[in-house]
Write a protein that binds this ligand. Structure first.
Ligand code: PMP
Length: 449
């Protein structure tokens, strides 16, 4: 790769982004009352000097305040995998919030049982509880796992992401042992006191860590999706299940992103048998919600424990969790939008996307790889595809990523920041995918000179 040329192109695209977006730039530069100038500090993770400001969004389209329209393959990093404001969800939200009223009344609604039954049908776990984020679903699942096993530690994969869960901010260090993930903000204690870590696809390391007998639960994505997509090798997930059972450790599948694999995520697609399952983002169709599921036996064991306060101040729950609005939106999303038929279509679009990227990568003879998980496709600057989080982290290239993101955004197409990821929604069409293929190929042609 000609780095000088890449830098030149990146500078050109940055200047073009500034030229195209005066109103976003002004909004950003005048946001003196926001921490980091944005409503959430990670919105500063944008290729270019400032984020584009949202005006409207519907289906697979987003418009910004400078009047540009984008094909959106970011989809709120999965929060909008149902498409932006799908009609059925908009109607359910309007009905609940407008006509009926009572978004958050500390009272259950009948829809919740419908959602619980549907999540059971899709994922297999038989008892469900709700949060407002996937992060909280993970936090509460972790607490329950500790309570039921009496063990203190949680094991995760190196370079995983499960939200801002303290226990998950650990990586495998150069000595092969757990160490704090760089950049951790205000850790409550040394993470090795609460956590263990193993590389994805490494059963030997997992067994070594589990053999200490102090791991309450393994919290994992069936495929890593937050450091590129890293797919499980044959036998790995079966090995994880066998080892966790053998060592008395619970297995929690976080399906927040891997839900892209199908209507029941990887758990259904690959016939996995976790003890608990967590999910968030997409199931609310854009309205905040998270959920965790557990087996009936586990639920009964926990409910029978008189020493555990599951009703009041015991540390599991939130005032707005399970609120009527989130639940209504989740029902509408699962019943009408993210249906089995929608997943079949999204998978086809994703295959088309993958083929387009692969053809361009081959044409320009680049040592890159593409991984796909149902409706989600991601490319990495390494070939063969990285086998674990550490390898995948080593394959990142910020300049190259920024160039590609800016090139595409300047021409009306959004990828997910933090990723080279494209997600399909029910409103995505073939032509959107083909537009990406053409632009991606053109971006590589410029790189090649
Ligand atoms: N789990 C996984 C696998 C995720 O990818 C994310 C967010 N990217 C989360 C949990 C946390 O979701 P949230 O930020 O909505 O709590």
């Amino acid at each position: 790769m000609d780095r000088a040329r890449l830098r030149q192109l990146l500078a050109r695209e940055s200047a073009e982004a500034e030229r195209q977006n005066p109103r976003s730039r002004t909004a950003y530069e005048s946001a003196d009352h926001l921490f980091g100038r944005v409503p959430m500090t990670w919105m500063n993770k944008t290729a270019g000097a400032f984020p584009r400001y949202l005006a409207t969004a519907r289906g697979a389209r987003v418009t910004d305040v400078d009047g540009h329209e984008y094909i959106d393959f970011c989809l709120g990093d999965t929060g909008a995998m149902a498409g932006h404001s799908p009609e059925a969800v908009a109607e359910a939200v309007q009905l609940r919030f407008g006509e009926l009223g009572g978004a958050t009344a500390m009272l259950p609604t009948e829809d919740a049982e419908w959602v619980g039954a549907e999540l059971t049908r899709r994922f297999g776990l038989t008892r469900w509880s709700f949060s407002l984020t996937a992060t909280d679903a993970n936090r509460w699942a972790i607490r329950l796992a500790r309570a039921v096993t009496g063990r203190s530690k949680i094991l995760v994969n190196s370079y995983c992401y499960h939200g801002s869960v303290d226990e998950s901010l650990i990586v495998v260090g150069s000595d092969g042992h757990g160490t704090a993930r760089p950049g951790n903000v205000g850790a409550p204690c040394d993470v090795t006191l609460t956590s263990r870590v193993a590389e994805f696809n490494d059963l030997e390391q997992l067994e070594r860590e589990l053999s200490h007998g102090d791991v309450a639960a393994v919290l994992m994505e069936p495929a890593l999706t937050n450091i590129g997509i890293v797919l499980p090798e044959p036998g790995y997930l079966e090995g994880v299940r066998e080892l966790t059972r053998r060592h008395g450790t619970l297995l929690i599948n976080d399906e927040t992103h891997t839900f892209s694999a199908g209507p029941g995520g990887c758990t259904a697609a690959w016939e996995l048998e976790p003890d608990m399952l967590t999910i968030g983002k997409a199931i609310g169709g854009g309205i905040p919600v998270g959920a965790y599921g557990l087996s009936a036996e586990l639920a009964e064991t926990l409910l029978d424990r008189e020493d555990l306060d599951l009703v009041d101040m015991g540390g599991v729950g939130g005032t707005l969790a399970g609120n009527a609005l989130s639940i209504a939106a989740t029902r509408a999303t699962l019943e009408h939008v993210l249906t089995a038929e929608a997943f079949t279509r999204m998978d086809g679009l994703s295959q088309r996307f993958e083929a387009g990227v692969l053809a361009a990568v081959e044409r320009w003879n680049l040592p890159w790889s593409v991984s796909r998980l149902g409706a989600r496709t991601e490319y990495r600057f390494a070939n063969p595809a990285p086998r674990n989080g550490t390898e995948s982290a080593a394959a990142s290239d910020a300049e190259l990523e920024d160039y590609l993101h800016l090139y595409l955004a300047n021409r009306g197409l959004l990828l997910t920041p933090f990723h080279n990821m494209a997600l399909m929604c029910p409103a995505t069409v073939d032509k959107d995918v083909d537009t990406h293929t053409e632009l991606f190929d053109a971006a590589l042609a410029e790189l090649a000179g």
